[in-house]
Write a protein that binds this ligand. Structure first.
Ligand code: DC
Length: 224
């Protein structure tokens, strides 16, 4: 199987780019952030403090998270409930970042991610895919952009979805989440030694896609 790992901070454009690239390559796109979001939302719903490792760990036994692919689109489920939309709120983002620092949560989601990659040509995005989940991935890309550009993109995205947002709040939340994600003790956000760095601050979607396609072709020797 061909596995492509795309890591980077929130709002770097990972999901938009990864979705387009995966469609072009005929690979499935796995958004691992959705898994942490589902665990975070579940903990919030159960009234847990999402920063409290003991509380969050205590409900993992009853937490059933799964991914299904419908027409190539990933849907994330909590038990039988499709929570693909419910996990996209700013509260869910912060809850995801909080629970993702808990070792038991990372362990809980590890096999699920590995098994998908073992059975499918896939493009997986997250924070620790190239470093921890798929260290042997044939292609590793670290996608980033300045915090201001990333906040503006996320802000536009929220407005487009009809959600209310303030740019400054989005920026502040993004900076806090980046700090948390890159300073946690376990599997922090970090560029793998063998990952190619792509800074998208000054690039549009087509340019990023083209750059990534070139990297994938070079690394895999495939034309697709
Ligand atoms: O990619 P995202 O913004 O949906 O991710 C939500 C949170 O989940 C993010 O702040 C950190 C965490 N996460 C992680 O720790 N490891 C991953 N592979 C993916 C996401």
């Amino acid at each position: 199987m061909i596995n492509i790992a795309i890591d980077g901070p929130a709002g770097a454009g990972k999901s938009t780019i990864a979705r387009s690239l995966a469609a072009k390559l005929g690979f499935i796109y796995v958004d691992t952030g959705a898994l942490y979001r589902a665990v975070g939302v579940n903990a919030m719903r159960k009234g847990m403090d999402t920063k409290n490792a003991e509380q969050v760990t205590s409900i993992l036994g009853d937490t059933k998270v799964s991914l299904r692919f419908v027409d190539g689109e990933q849907r994330v489920f909590l038990g039988d409930e499709d929570v693909s939309l419910a996990i996209r709120t700013p509260e869910a983002s912060m809850a995801a970042s909080n629970v993702s620092a808990i070792p038991a949560v990372r362990e809980f989601l590890f096999d699920l991610q590995r098994n998908i990659a073992k059975e499918n040509d896939c493009l997986m995005d997250g924070r620790d895919i190239g470093t921890v989940v798929l260290p042997e991935a044939q292609v590793k890309i670290f996608l980033t952009a300045s915090a201001e550009v990333r906040a503006k993109r996320r802000y536009d995205e929220l407005l487009a979805k009809g959600m209310k947002a303030e740019y400054n709040d989005v920026l502040e939340e993004m900076i806090q989440r980046d700090y948390q994600d890159s300073h946690r003790a376990i599997a922090p956000l970090k560029q793998a030694d063998d990952a190619v760095l792509v800074d998208t601050s000054e690039m549009n979607l087509e340019q990023v896609l083209e750059a990534l396609e070139t990297i994938v072709k070079e690394k895999t020797g495939n034309e697709f």
